[in-house]
Design a protein around this ligand. Structure first.
Ligand SMILES: CCCCCCCCCCCCCC(=O)SCCNC(=O)CCNC(=O)[C@H](O)C(C)(C)COP(=O)(O)OP(=O)(O)OC[C@H]1O[C@@H](n2cnc3c(N)ncnc32)[C@H](O)[C@@H]1OP(=O)(O)O
Length: 204
């Protein structure tokens, strides 16, 4: 159901966006075993389009833990990421924010998948730009984690080009094992280094 407002007679009816923080959501404390601020957070999967180093034309997002339940990340927009000539494709910018917000699971110590993601595109992002992302948990309610983030042009204090809000859902490991193709699970069994989470003990 999309958010927004409409009028019924003289009454204005407001439908909250599903990424809006619901009543009862709370910001949990930073877990004692969350990676310290400044820690480089590992790619969860080397073939991930957003963070994997084996995805040839992927985003190669680098993610660092920040204080609290927050992180920062960077990636360089390359010619492989174009939509309009010389400009980043919007879907890729959403992808970068999706990954950054999902990576907050390193800090909450849970595996998160995206339930809903809303992105505002405020400025074009030219090829060659280094996008500086920041993301934070806004609140948690049951398995639902509400998060927000933005991407700035070429510096952590640059102009905001894109921002997003997301609703992520905590899932058990079985989620990935159940839904993956058999050959992908087999590949991981043969080469456990494809998944880099265990060695860093951030989630599993
Ligand atoms: C082996 C490899 C390991 C790799 C590890 C990688 C980790 C990191 C990967 C990161 C990659 C980057 C990130 C990515 O790209 S993740 C990839 C993109 N996302 C997905 O593929 C997720 C697909 N969706 C699902 O699998 C299910 O629908 C999920 C798991 C999300 C929920 O189905 P499930 O049956 O489990 O639970 P539930 O339906 O009871 O929902 C639970 C609660 O959530 C609420 N809700 C749900 N959806 C929405 C919605 N759209 N708006 C509003 N609310 C929503 C729902 O009302 C309920 O609330 P409540 O009733 O409890 O109050």
């Amino acid at each position: 159901m999309p958010g927004g407002s409409h009028r019924v007679g003289t009454v204005r009816v407001v439908t909250p966006l599903r990424t809006d923080l619901p009543p009862g959501a709370q910001l949990p404390p930073r877990p004692a075993n969350a990676p310290a601020p400044g820690t480089v957070l590992p790619s969860h999967y080397v073939r991930c389009f957003a963070c994997g180093d084996q995805s040839a034309h992927g985003l190669h997002l680098r993610v660092d833990a920040d204080a609290g339940l927050a992180l920062c990340a960077t990636f360089e927009v390359t010619e492989h990421h174009q939509g309009a000539p010389g400009l980043a494709h919007g879907g890729l910018l959403s992808c970068a924010l999706d990954e950054a917000l999902g990576a907050l699971g390193h800090l909450t110590r849970t595996s998160l998948v995206t339930g809903r993601l809303e992105t505002d595109f405020l400025r074009p992002v030219p090829v060659g730009t280094v996008l500086h992302l920041s993301a934070r948990v806004e609140g948690v309610l049951g398995r639902r984690v509400y998060a927000s983030g933005e991407g700035r042009l070429n510096s952590p204090t640059g102009r905001v080009a894109v921002r997003a809000r997301g609703l992520f859902v905590e899932v058990p490991m079985e989620h990935f094992v159940t839904h993956a193709r058999a050959e992908d699970i087999q590949a991981i069994e043969q080469d456990p280094d494809l998944i880099r989470l265990r060695e860093h003990q951030t989630i599993f």
